[in-house]
Each structure stands twice: as structure tokens, then as C-alpha cells.
Write a protein that binds this ligand. Structure first.
Ligand code: MN
Length: 562
């Protein structure tokens, strides 16, 4: 027989006492009384037909009736909003495929079938005041399981409703503010790009102009171009981060070959590494490693890590890129440098914006927001980013991504106007290009660029309506279209040209300072053959011009699309 120690004995004693207390409580009805007289719940009991038999103090307080005014006189549906009761009857009739009459039936039908039921409806007070209530309704049964009445327990839901409404309002305001911020960023981006377009465009023109600039002029032009492109990088970085922080940057993940992306990154950073004398090694891929990412955004994050590894390295240092699959379904890309390494304190500050880890006083240039952006982008794609570092030895930055089995997304090149450069011009045939642009400096720049190609004849218009007029009159081979134009926008002008059978076949290329991804997406969806952003990169611009003219030649003589 188990022996009980003293402590067990006393616990046992406590338990017995508690059971006794509970029994006493139920017997005297003290518990029922406390519940029934509670001022915080309205408790209404009815007979089996729905006539009110009990109306507790809580119900009196909430609804403003004295019990004597309602008991044996009305039924609970009389204190509900009649339209809501009717709507509930209709909804229940549909749900249960039985006709249910508006009135008490609509409230009690489910409970009468033994279905647990709680609903949210409006109570109407004696003085006509209204408030939202949550009501739970149960059927009361006798020992033979026959229904003898119904019990309705209601609570006032106004406070919660009010909080909900406030919350919705606050969310709508925040949403509106976010949209305003995003619009502001979009227009700021445009405003900053327009003057940069002139600076970079004319500098590129002078760099390759005839007569060629003298070596000293060449150096000056080089400085203008370097500063200009750097300024453009900064604008892009700041805009990206601002978009991420306002929650308006979206990524579109798809199945992408990591091997391909890494190869593209390798090409992109080659020159930079060479200039700084840094040796960069990439892994050999024996398989494509498909990852679920936004291709452009992954490249952006990787380029950021690679650029940092090159920038913050020692003289003649090395960067080693490796890919490891150690967790199933995940792949880790590591970028290891041979730089100074980072102390624990610096590591802690690393992924914070505008923190350049003591590089503020010179050293390599940058805003220090690249890593923050990379982190947010990787996280938006369900990945992870991190760093391990040893002072005096170097750092390893890594990105971990989800592998996928989905087939790689193949870009439909038929309509998107992918550029394939053409070297030779077609047998001296004169081609006409119409440029619709309101900014005189941009217009002059394109005129000067095109002037180098004797086989291209340039027409111009300074607003959309004039552009359409000239397009109809002279049917150019292609049209270059600014988007922000006085009067109708470039997108509206495109629409009109598309709807006119005479001009529908002419490829229209957008050339705009609206350079946010959503602007470009909107433009391509509107039907632009290609979307070029300002500032103009002369090489890209000429390639696009050549490719579009080549395309225009193939559609000539073809019947216009319906
Ligand atoms: Mn404009």
C-alpha cells in the first residue's frame, strides 16, 4: 500500500474541501444567480414559441426595457433590426434549402436543429437607439429532449466595432500615404533623370564625336561621365530603398537558373575587378540549380555583395564565390573576400541604412544602403542573407535561397521587343524615325545621335497630338515616344496610334524618365515595343533603334492587325 506523506494528505484535504464548496454553490443557486443578475450580459429566455419569459438586469440595462414590459409580451426578434432579421432569414433559407420566415424563426432555427449558433446583429433599444450585439442562442430541452424554450446570451459589441472602424480608417490613411509616397518617388525619379539625361547624353556624344576630343578634354569628359553614372546609381539606390520601406516594391518570383544568373553577374563585375586588381573566382556549375526568385532582384543583391567584396578588399586580394546545398531544398551562395574583416560591433551595424562603418570620412564611395536593400530583397524572395567575418582575414557574405523543381520560365520574345544588335545598316535605304519629346535638351541629344547615321531621317514633335498628326501624315518606320508630355501622355498617344489602322503597325518605343519597375511594366502592358529609360545609354539606344527598324522592315506590307 502506498504511503502518503504529510504534504499529499493536506493536498487531498484541499481537494475534498473544494468539491464540497462547488456542490454547495450549485445547490444554493448562488452561481446561477450571479450569472443571471450580471449587468454585463443580456440574458433572455423564451418559451418554445419564442415569447420572452426571462429578461435579466443586463438585458434591462442594455435595452432600456424593464422586465415587466417585455415578459409574456414580445419576442426577441422585436428587439432586433427587422431588415437584418429578414436578411438572415433569406440567407438561412438558401443555406439550409428550407423556407424560413423572417421573425423569431430566423433567430432560433439553427438552435432548434441542435446546431451551435452565434450571430452578430443590431439590437434596438426602447428609446430607438441601436448598437451591435453578439448573440449566442441555445435551445432549452426537458428530460425527454423536447424543446421547452430558448436562451439568448448577448454582449454589447460597440467598443470592438468602434476599434475596428478606427483601425480600418487608420489603415486607409496609411495606404493613401503610401501611395502618395510612391507617386512622389516616381515623379522625383523622373525629375532627377531628365537633367541627368542631358549631362550623360551630351558627354557620351562628345566622347565619341568628330573631331575626337583632345586627351585633356577626354579626361574631363571621363570625369563628367563617371560622376553622372554614379549619381544615377545613387538615385536608383535611394529610390529602391524608399520603395521597399514604403512596402510598394513587389518582386515577381519565378523559376530561374542560378548558374545563368551567376554567369551574368560574372560578366557584369569583370571590368570592375580587373580595374582594382582583384581576382574573382566563380564556381563551375554541373547543374542549373533552379531557384524561385525575381531574376533582376536576385542579380541586384548578388552584384551588391560582389561589388562590396571587390571594393572593400586588400591590394591584389581575392574574392571566392561558392555554392553549397547543405539543407535539402536550400542553396547557399557564399562570397568570400580577403579584406580587413569586420569586428562584432561593426557586424551588428551592417544591415542598417546609411551606416558606412566609419567609411564616412572618405574611402570607397557609397551610401551604405546597398546591403540593406539586398537584405530586404532577399527576404522578399523568402531567402536569408548573412555574414561571418574574422578581423584581419576577411568576410563571407552569404545568401540562402529556396531551390525549386518548377521548369524555368521562358521569356516570350515575340512581343517584348528583345534587342538583338544589328551591325550593318540595310543597303543605304532611308528610314524615318519620329521622336515625340517636349524637353529641348533631350530632343537635341537624339537629333545629334541620329545625325551620325546618314540612313536615318529624324522627324520631331513636341507634344502627343502633334506627334499623332505627323505620324499619320508621314508614316515613319518607328516612333520614339516620351511619356510625360504636355496635353495627352505618351501612353494615350500610343493608344490612339494603335487604334488607327494607318499607324497601328508602327513600332513605338518609349523613352522616358519614369524608370520605376512599375512604370516600365505599365508601359510594356500598354503596348510599347520597347521601353528605354533616361538617361540614355548611347550604345543601348542605338542597338534598340537598329533592332526596332529591322523589326519594322519585317512588318511592312503585312496587313495591319485588326
Ligand atoms: Mn517630358
Amino acid at each position: 500500500m502506498p504511503t502518503l506523506n504529510v504534504r499529499d494528505d493536506s493536498e487531498k484535504g484541499d481537494f475534498i474541501a473544494e468539491v464540497r464548496r462547488k456542490k454547495a454553490l450549485l445547490k444554493t443557486g448562488a452561481l446561477q444567480n450571479a450569472i443571471l443578475t450580471s449587468a454585463n450580459f443580456s440574458i433572455i429566455a423564451t418559451d418554445e414559441k419564442g415569447v420572452i419569459q426571462l429578461f435579466n438586469p443586463g438585458a434591462e440595462r442594455m435595452l432600456g426595457y424593464a422586465a415587466a414590459e417585455v415578459v409574456n409580451k414580445i419576442n426577441p426578434s422585436d428587439i432586433h433590426d427587422p431588415q437584418e432579421v429578414a436578411a438572415r432569414a433569406r440567407a438561412l433559407s438558401l443555406e439550409l434549402a428550407t423556407p424560413i420566415t423572417p421573425g423569431f424563426d430566423a433567430l432560433a432555427f439553427k438552435a432548434s436543429r441542435g446546431i451551435e449558433d452565434a450571430y452578430e446583429l443590431t439590437f434596438i433599444r426602447k428609446d430607438g437607439g441601436r448598437f451591435p450585439a453578439i448573440v449566442s442562442i441555445t435551445a432549452l430541452r426537458d428530460d425527454y429532449e423536447d424543446i421547452i424554450g430558448y436562451l439568448l446570451i448577448g454582449t454589447d459589441n460597440s467598443v470592438r466595432k468602434q476599434v475596428e472602424t478606427e483601425l480600418h480608417k487608420a489603415m486607409a490613411v496609411a495606404e493613401k500615404a503610401n501611395l502618395a509616397k510612391s507617386d512622389f518617388l516616381s515623379s522625383m525619379s523622373h525629375e532627377l533623370r531628365t537633367p541627368l539625361n542631358a549631362i550623360l547624353g551630351f558627354a557620351q556624344l562628345m566622347e565619341s564625336g568628330s573631331p575626337l576630343p583632345t586627351p585633356s578634354q577626354q579626361r574631363s569628359i571621363g570625369q563628367i561621365l563617371k560622376a553622372g553614372w554614379y549619381l544615377l546609381d545613387l538615385i536608383n539606390e535611394v529610390l529602391d530603398l524608399a520603395l521597399i520601406e514604403s512596402g510598394t516594391l513587389s518582386v515577381s518570383p519565378e523559376s530561374v537558373s542560378l548558374a545563368e544568373v551567376m554567369h551574368e553577374c560574372e560578366t557584369m563585375i569583370e571590368a570592375q575587378a580587373l580595374k582594382r586588381g582583384i581576382h574573382v573566382s566563380f564556381p563551375e556549375f554541373d547543374t542549373a540549380y533552379l531557384v524561385k526568385v525575381d531574376r533582376t532582384r536576385l542579380k541586384q543583391a548578388l552584384i551588391n555583395l560582389l561589388t562590396n567584396a571587390i571594393k572593400y578588399n586588400c591590394v591584389a586580394g581575392t574574392v571566392v564565390v561558392t555554392c553549397i546545398v547543405d539543407t535539402p531544398g536550400r542553396i547557399r551562395i557564399c562570397v568570400e573576400d580577403s579584406g580587413e574583416g569586420l569586428s562584432g560591433e561593426k557586424l551588428a551595424q551592417l544591415f542598417q541604412p546609411f551606416n558606412r562603418l566609419g567609411q564616412e570620412m572618405g574611402g570607397p564611395e557609397g551610401t551604405g544602403i546597398g546591403l540593406v536593400t539586398a537584405k530586404r530583397l532577399v527576404e522578399l524572395m523568402d531567402g536569408k542573407i548573412g555574414v561571418e567575418s574574422t578581423v584581419g582575414k576577411g568576410s563571407v557574405f552569404w545568401i540562402e535561397l529556396n531551390l525549386t523543381n518548377e521548369r524555368q520560365h521562358v521569356i516570350d520574345t515575340a512581343e517584348s521587343g528583345t534587342i538583338t544588335p544589328v551591325q550593318s545598316q540595310d543597303g543605304g535605304q532611308l528610314r524615318t524615325v519620329l521622336y515625340v519629346e517636349d524637353n529641348p535638351a533631350n530632343l537635341m541629344l537624339v537629333e545629334d545621335l541620329v545625325a551620325r547615321h546618314s540612313d536615318i531621317h529624324l522627324l520631331s514633335a513636341t507634344d502627343g497630338n502633334k506627334g499623332i498628326e505627323i505620324a499619320r501624315a508621314s508614316l515613319p518606320d518607328m516612333i520614339l515616344m516620351d511619356i510625360n508630355l504636355p496635353g495627352i501622355s505618351g501612353i494615350q498617344a500610343l493608344k490612339i496610334l494603335r487604334e488607327d489602322t494607318a499607324t497601328a503597325h508602327i513600332p513605338v518605343v518609349a523613352l522616358s524618365g519614369n524608370a520605376l519597375p512599375r512604370d516600365i511594366k505599365k508601359g510594356l502592358e500598354a503596348g510599347f515595343f520597347h521601353y528605354l529609360t533616361k538617361p540614355i545609354n548611347v550604345n543601348e539606344f542605338m542597338k534598340t533603334l537598329d533592332a526596332t527598324l529591322k523589326f519594322a522592315k519585317t512588318v511592312q506590307g503585312r496587313p495591319p492587325p485588326p
